[in-house]
Design a binder for this molecule. Sequence first.
Ligand SMILES: Nc1ncnc2c1ncn2[C@@H]1O[C@H](COP(=O)(O)OP(=O)(O)OP(=O)(O)O)[C@@H](O)[C@H]1O
Length: 690
Amino acid sequence: MTQTKQPAGGSSTSAANFNSNSSASVSKLAPCPSSAHDVLLNNFQLKKKSYRVLLHGEQLVWERLQKIKQSSNEIKAPLPPDAPSPTSGGVCAYGPQSHVLHLDDVVSVKSGDTKLASLQPPPPPSSGTSSRSSSSSGGAIKPTCQYLTVNYALRLSKSQTDCNRWELRRLTFFNSDPYIVRQWDEELQARLYSSSPTRMRVRRLLVFINPYGGRKAGAQTYERHVRPIFQLAGVDATCITTQRANQVRDILLSHDLGVYDAVCCVGGDGTVAEVINGLLFRRMRELGLDEQSPPYIPRPALPVGVIPAGSTDTIAYSMHGTADVRTAAIHVILGQHRGLDVCSVSNGQSLLRFCASVLSYGYLGDVAAQSENYRWMGPRRYEYSGVKAFLSNRGYEAELRMLEEPDLLLTTPMQEEVPHSPDSVCSLGESLPSVCYANCQRCSFASSIQEQRSSLFIQEESRQTEQVEREEPELGDSYLTPSEAALLKPRIRPGNLQLPTGSISSMRNLGNEQWKVVRGNFFMICGANITCACARSPNGISRYSHLGDGCLDLILVKKTNLLNNIRFLLNTAGRSGDIRNLPFVEVYRTRKFQFRTLAAAGEEDYSLAGSCQPISPPGELGNPSSSTEFSSWNCDGEVVTDLDITMRSHCQLIEVFMRGPHSYSKPHKGVSTPTTPASSSDNVYCCCKD
Ligand SMILES: Nc1ncnc2c1ncn2[C@@H]1O[C@H](COP(=O)(O)OP(=O)(O)OP(=O)(O)O)[C@@H](O)[C@H]1O
């Protein structure tokens, strides 16, 4: 623990003056290794005003000093607190006049001889070197630096429709003693790049830019908005501008990715899907799995960043709660990550591809198939094809078999333990649907189940060997093989989430699969992996889908009449509508469903050849979409022509840079808000906490 030398004219102080309930004490400066318990405490100037600044664990706290006249002597002391400091369970709390910035929100730190020098972006940190040795100036920090700039990100909470945008801010501290500045710079750098289970600071990034999607502005979007943010964070980005469809996937399948920490794409949903498919098929190849019929789906090694530059950008919007490009880039550099479910899509014979957003048949399938012919219109092609497909929809006969989701937690006391947010419940054994927000408890629990499941199977490996061998090697079956269990990466369980009792015994019942069959004439059928929210439909088609709960929502819109179809579309577009209230809409939460067309039922081998890739363009010979009896599938915006389809959700298969959308909460009047949201300050990102 350290107490640095006070600057000339600065008053000495102690950590206790910050109203901290921490037992951390201040001791002599020593070059000790970085630890969450180390404390740095000094006076700095910020905009020519004096502040007492504390670095405590993962928090940077600064508090204005006021001049107190005591007879002829003038001393500086912190402003008196207006209200008692809130404390909880030994967690540090600071006075209301304190500004608190969590290191999770810090983008970069740079020291300099002048203020201008400290504002320059730091050079990319060399990989493999100790973060303590990699200073902001690329080598040893100059002993003359008196300025220290901290670049950080701040979430804006302006309104219900604008509460997920993040912006960059900076603080430039001055201290006349370069020794203190150096000490702070080194310590901040070390803590910023120290390993954390929920944060991964990217050093080397592989970026794919799709110049073709959306308004064909991917390259400009990157140059104008994304590159400066990556530079500010000192990220070494290798950019590849795609020349053709499926190039992203091909590069990911064939090139050495060993030097990269993460992959990022600048494009629409189709580009994200290419990245995800490329990484997943690459991992299967690395492990020597049969790509047509893998016994399980392994997790790729690299996390993914998603920067929107497409037409609808539902994946980016569902993850971040906004399609703001800078926000998405900020999430990549801040490095907070969460597991995202991915669905496998297979026909009767083999695995076709992976789906990250939605797989739709009927109306949206027709829109995807038709809109490809009008790509020259840009995003407007969806409106044009949408109207055409809407008017021509006569309904599609189909049969769906779905695996009913056994709600593992209905019998547990979990609901009482989970904090509820005003407009949503991130609950688990929910009777009411919940919206997936940052720090969603449902997703956290699903990841814990994964963790438990893998350890359970490792422990019982020998006892179950016989049983496992008897199990059909179905794609991603509930029972994992011992090798799959061993390959599953341990998941991160944030905070103090308690695992409910009885979850293990519930898990064992997963083998008792219950199938439900629904037949009918449908306007549209959707398997939604995420909410599929976008700027035009802020709640998405599947408002209650969760990003990482291992389930998908199967939405069945029955063919009734034109008016009901319009009602359905209006409900998906508005903020207040809920398609669950419509009598002709059924929504099922499931882990897997199978689809077949009723017209084709009974026919042997009615499936077309697997259209894994390249996907044959619509209208080709043999494409059923040319028949009005059949629609085609829209998988992440791409057309899939197979008709016997199985969609299965794989829990948190891909790590993505995101925190999850936040719900809006009105700032309370008269209460001084900290510089960063409380959620960041205590390392909890929760809809219930901001
Ligand atoms: N240089 C290129 N030329 C032609 N097609 C490309 C090129 N680069 C990528 N593609 C393909 O463009 C397709 C569309 O891209 P993308 O999905 O990113 O944009 P979009 O369809 O406009 O957006 P969204 O899917 O969000 O509606 C993808 O299938 C991708 O394979």
